[in-house]
Ligand binder design. Sequence first.
Ligand SMILES: NC(=O)c1ccc[n+]([C@@H]2O[C@H](COP(=O)([O-])OP(=O)(O)OC[C@H]3O[C@@H](n4cnc5c(N)ncnc54)[C@H](OP(=O)(O)O)[C@@H]3O)[C@@H](O)[C@H]2O)c1
Length: 262
Amino acid sequence: MQSFKDSVTLITGASAGIGAALAREMAKQGATLVLIARRKDRLTALKDELTRTHFQLTSTFYSVDITKADQVDQMIDDIIRRFYRIDVLINNAAFGIDSLFGDTPMQAERDIFETNVFSALHLMKRVLPVMEKQGAGKIMNIGSVVGHRAMPVMSSYCATKAALRSYTEAIRVEYAKKGVQIMYASPGHTRTEFLQNQKRFGAAHRKGVGVSPMPAEICAKRLVCSLRKNKRDTVLTSIGKLGLLLNRFAPSLLDRILLSRV
Ligand SMILES: NC(=O)c1ccc[n+]([C@@H]2O[C@H](COP(=O)([O-])OP(=O)(O)OC[C@H]3O[C@@H](n4cnc5c(N)ncnc54)[C@H](OP(=O)(O)O)[C@@H]3O)[C@@H](O)[C@H]2O)c1
């Protein structure tokens, strides 16, 4: 798929941050957009903005909680009825938990896996048969640099991103001969509402990374470029790349550096 023109593109978590920026970027590419999130007012505003700025754009939105299987099933059935195909799925919706492991209630561990991992799996289980039948399609699972190397005071979030990465690696190979490309993407610190939206438990919280965040628009531009090129994994931000290099060649040094964050 060289161009995204008219490609039916589903983006979860499109009401804010990286998801909204991805929607703006895919609109520039001429994609047919299906915006998915819970906040209807945000989705309406984004759809209106995109319709104003892109004269020939086809877009729709679904105000859906992706952890609710029945809502997701109904939505996918409706999308197929309306558009007959699904070309691109970007599993982007997620949230973080900013807490020490010992302070994080078990229910919160379950909830974050439900949103960040199981919802993405459910969507892939519904969308992959459609793509397989078409003999074409692309899925990008938005992970994180911390899905490669976990950080203290965010163990649950890191574990969800590592799990998503692991699923992506295996499924990518299973579907490679079926014309379906499955990618993982690893943004680093990006300017969005993510930090405000994190759940917090206990008294200890994460210290700032001390670098300025990447604008969501730049993040989205690079992710769309990777989507076009079928890049297996895109690691974004210089600090993210540096951290992964350090983890590869001097993991115990990175452990010592991270001690200052606990
Ligand atoms: N920002 C960063 O520094 C950073 C770094 C690395 C990776 N990432 C990853 O990038 C992705 C986007 O994050 P962001 O920074 O843009 O965060 P954000 O601004 O908090 O946006 C999160 C999005 O997910 C949606 N969402 C959350 N739970 C949902 C649910 N149950 N059902 C439907 N939608 C749901 C939210 O929409 P509603 O509330 O309207 O439902 C919102 O649109 C995430 O996968 C995140 O892990 C972010």
